[in-house]
Design a protein around this ligand. Structure first.
Ligand SMILES: *[C@@H]1O[C@H](CO)[C@@H](O)[C@H](O)[C@H]1NC(C)=O
Ligand SMILES: *[C@@H]1O[C@H](CO)[C@@H](O)[C@H](O)[C@H]1NC(C)=O
Ligand SMILES: *[C@@H]1O[C@H](CO)[C@@H](O)[C@H](O)[C@H]1NC(C)=O
Ligand SMILES: *[C@@H]1O[C@H](CO)[C@@H](O)[C@H](O)[C@H]1NC(C)=O
Ligand SMILES: *[C@@H]1O[C@H](CO)[C@@H](O)[C@H](O)[C@H]1NC(C)=O
Ligand SMILES: *[C@@H]1O[C@H](CO)[C@@H](O)[C@H](O)[C@H]1NC(C)=O
Length: 541
């Protein structure tokens, strides 16, 4: 996600950090110790090796399969790794890679899919639109073709709204120019505002912003269906109505919540609904979802399902919540939220610290004084033994190069300046070098608790966009891509932020009018699987 330091420095001067401002996010005057330079260099080496592994066999395709040495095209074949990696290249000053990527980007034709697959509005927005717009800003707004390409793609994606609907359908068939008529979720429908509003600014066409905002406002207007501020995961674009009531900060819902506060920061909009909805979601979550494990007192956000059952589960995806609560807690000057966020962050890191590889699993679970219901079977004897030792147990042991735990760790470092977060990032780098490296690049693993684990044959584009960027910036001069100057999209593409407001929101939470459901704590008898099947592991960012 970024080019030369010199140019970047000029950008930073233009948007001077908002020091002595009530709403500043970063600890003022924070510096990294001189030893961090070596850690930063290690991350650049991992990036270069991973990217060269992609370049040598898969350049122009979406991803590389680094074990079998083949190209993969899960993102419509437009070169997802290149576009997703550009902002990181710029930030790492990898100018040759960046130049090459600029050259390639000019040749992408976003008007048709290069694969038979339909096109995801959400995935294309966060990776392609986010990557292009961020590269445009970081490189000094000189390469206007980056915006032309983003516009070319967005004009096609806007077919997702072509049935008079306010919530976009999740997928568009570019060969028929029709949306795919099916249920969506609040993450897919609610994670577009940052990118689409920026595109409106740079193209002068306000339609993009209106489409993205309209979708979020519709979701937020349905908040009273469950707890205020906590809409269920499923949503029907045809009607705008909720589908089921599964509430989670994890996949399928996650970045809807994430963007509420980030959009308030990016836009400084006068419309308080965004910040108020975020604060209400956090407030309701504190009242209903914050739980503590019986071993280790680890603090996590549980889910609750369609049957109002609390599920004591956690996931790598959901762990973005710690960084997001840190950001929002600072922007709204709320120490209660900041302090809880630091506890959530510790618990997420604990899911790395307890595993044999010191890398965290995809899905895990807890036992709390409030119960142990996970929606699944009771823990096995092995899981209970693991829980007794570590205060969580693993229910899906893969690591697919996700960023969220290290993303939150990055926020914790920039907000508090506590060196423990640098040590955690160092630990992760060492584990990645040991367990994720292939003869050419870096990849995922099937079992984080087994040092002899098999490798997954796919290098995700968000390894470049997110994991390596957050690690690099953790070790870099904190004034570089400061959280007071940039807002990161959910794919870690930084977008220029305006000077912060003194606070965000109206000061009033959104009231509950139909809060008629009473949560039932576990332990409980086994229930049948979700009627709507929405609690899928959707693999969202
Ligand atoms: C960035 O890279 C260029 C050329 O590769 C080099 O001249 C310059 O000194 C580098 N800047 C920084 C801040 O490392
Ligand atoms: C980018 O394209 C220009 C013009 O075709 C060429 O001169 C340059 O070598 C290319 N740069 C890279 C890094 O591929
Ligand atoms: C703005 O963008 C929308 C969505 O692609 C398009 O339908 C509309 O024609 C554009 N308006 C102008 C004035 O170009
Ligand atoms: C959802 O919101 C729409 C309007 O935005 C409203 O018509 C509908 O009744 C709401 N549904 C529920 C269940 O709240
Ligand atoms: C901070 O947020 C919590 C949770 O919503 C709330 O209870 C508290 O009143 C807020 N504190 C301030 C100072 O706004
Ligand atoms: C979880 O709850 C079930 C049902 O009440 C109970 O039988 C089981 O022993 C509990 N397991 C643990 C590890 O607490």
């Amino acid at each position: 996600m970024r080019g030369a330091y010199l140019k970047l420095f000029a950008i930073c001067l233009v948007s001077a950090p908002a020091v002595v401002q009530a709403g500043y996010v970063q600890l003022p005057g924070l510096e990294v110790p001189s030893s961090a330079a070596a850690d930063r260099d290690s991350v650049v080496r991992i990036f270069s090796q991973s990217y060269n592994a992609y370049r040598s066999v898969a350049f122009g395709h979406d991803e590389v399969a680094p074990v079998s040495q083949k190209p993969l095209d899960p993102r419509n074949g437009w070169g997802a790794t290149i576009v997703d990696a550009m902002s990181t290249m710029y930030i790492m000053n990898l100018t040759d890679f960046f130049e090459e990527a600029l050259n390639f980007t000019q040749t992408i034709d976003f008007t048709e899919s290069k694969t038979s697959g339909t096109v995801s509005i959400f995935e294309s927005t966060i990776r392609y639109l986010g990557g292009l717009i961020s590269a445009y800003e970081l490189s000094g707004k000189q390469h206007s073709f980056l915006i032309d390409k983003a516009k070319q793609l967005a004009d096609r994606l806007s077919l997702g709204w072509s049935r008079g609907n306010t919530i976009p359908f999740g997928f568009v068939d570019f060969s028929t120019n029709q949306p795919i008529i099916q249920t969506s979720n609040i993450a897919e429908a609610g994670t577009l505002t940052l990118e689409w509003s920026r595109l409106s600014e740079y193209t002068g066409n306000d339609t993009y912003r209106k489409l993205a905002e309209g979708s979020v406002l519709k979701i937020a207007s349905n908040v009273t269906y469950l707890y205020p501020g906590l809409p269920g995961q499923g949503i029907d674009p045809a009607t705008g109505n909720p589908v089921g009531g599964y509430v989670t900060w994890g996949g399928g819902s996650d970045s809807y919540f994430e963007y509420l506060i980030k959009y308030a920061q990016l836009s400084n909009t006068n419309n308080n609904v965004f910040a108020d909805s975020w604060l209400t979601a956090v407030d309701s979550s504190i009242k209903t979802l914050v739980k503590t494990s019986t071993i280790g007192n680890h603090v996590y956000l549980a889910d609750f399902d369609d049957q109002r059952l609390i599920r004591h589960v956690g996931s790598h995806l959901a762990c973005f919540y710690a960084g997001n609560w840190l950001l929002g807690g600072k922007l709204t000057n709320n120490d209660t939220i900041v302090n809880l966020a630091l506890q959530l962050n510790d618990a997420c890191w604990n899911t790395y610290a307890g595993d044999a590889t010191k890398i965290g699993p995809e899905v895990f679970a807890y036992i709390s004084s409030d119960g142990n219901f996970t929606g699944d079977s009771n823990p096995s004897d092995d899981q209970i033994a693991f829980y007794q030792e570590h205060g969580y147990y693993i229910t899906d042991a893969v690591y697919v190069q996700r960023p969220e735990v290290l993303e939150s760790n990055f926020y914790a470092w920039r907000v508090t300046g506590d060196p423990v977060y640098l040590q955690r990032a160092q630990s992760a780098v060492a584990s990645f070098q040991t367990f994720l490296s292939t003869p050419t690049g870096f990849t995922g693993i099937y079992d984080v608790n087994n040092p002899q684990t098999e490798k997954i044959d796919e290098t995700e584009s968000f390894w470049f966009a997110e994991v390596l960027k957050y690690l690099y910036l953790t070790f870099d001069d904190p004034s570089h891509i400061s959280l007071d100057d940039y807002v990161f999209n959910t794919e870690a593409h930084p977008l220029l932020a305006p000077k912060a407001e003194s606070t965000y929101g109206s000061g009033q939470l959104i009231p509950s009018t139909t809060n008629k459901f009473v949560l039932r704590p576990g332990p409980l008898p086994a229930v049948s699987p979700l009627s709507l099947g929405l609690n899928l592991n959707l693999g969202l960012l």
